[in-house]
Design a binder for this molecule. Structure first.
Ligand SMILES: Cc1cc2nc3c(=O)[nH]c(=O)nc-3n(C[C@H](O)[C@H](O)[C@H](O)COP(=O)(O)O)c2cc1C
Length: 196
């Protein structure tokens, strides 16, 4: 498949069926994660946690509900984000009832400030593209982890059973889409470009 044909099918899925994601597909998604580019090839700095246990996701969902009590900040976020990613009033499940969420964690480090965010994004996109190619739906998950980062009482490291020096930064919800994925029209002007 041409890459841009895959890109036309890439979207953020926010409605899933109850069907589980089979182990074969999950393994391919993990393989895709391992194919991602990582700064200085420090793959040991990345850790993945496959979560199917709803209780764990519910704990993080509670963090989102608590976060939504800070209406002023949430209003600022909603004011700048034109998408449904901010669940209204914390009532909604931030994971959209996806049957599996893969959390991407990074070793805490200050050797190369900021590189952890770039690394986890590369891993998440690689997994998302594989999910799309398998006919699965997926969505980056920032909100739930941000809420639990801002509210220190939610100990995400122990919740995800991570080594002490790792921090979960991003997640990818994955499942079978409840709606047919429509092919997108791609264009070159969503992101501004200058040329020198
Ligand atoms: C770093 C990052 C974090 C995101 N976090 C969330 C999230 O927490 N919840 C959500 O519903 N969507 C989230 N998204 C999805 C974006 O809203 C989505 O990619 C954007 O609106 C473009 O839509 P598309 O992916 O369907 O093309 C995130 C995307 C990125 C890149």
């Amino acid at each position: 498949m041409e890459y841009l044909d895959l890109a036309k099918m890439r979207n953020s899925c926010r409605r899933y069926t109850n069907e589980e994601v089979c182990e074969e597909d999950l393994n391919k998604i993990i393989l895709a994660a391992n194919s991602a580019p990582i700064g200085s090839s420090r793959y040991d700095d990345i850790h993945l946690t496959i979560v199917k246990n709803r209780k764990i996701l519910d704990e993080l969902a509670i963090a989102v509900q608590e976060r939504f009590k800070d209406k002023e900040t949430i209003a600022k976020i909603i004011g700048t984000v034109n998408g449904p990613e901010v669940p209204t009033k914390g009532k909604d499940d931030p994971f959209y009832h996806a049957p599996v969420v893969i959390f991407i964690s990074h070793r805490k480090q200050d050797l190369q400030p900021g590189i952890e965010w770039a690394n986890v994004s590369a891993v998440a996109l690689s997994m998302q593209l594989e999910a799309i190619s398998l006919g699965l739906g997926s969505c980056f998950m920032w909100g739930a982890l941000e809420a639990s980062r801002v509210l220190p009482k939610f100990d995400r490291t122990s919740l995800l059973n991570l080594p002490d020096d790792f921090e979960p930064l991003l997640g990818l919800a994955i499942g079978h889409p409840a709606m047919e994925t429509k092919e997108k029209v791609l264009n070159t002007d969503k992101i501004k470009v200058n040329e020198l």
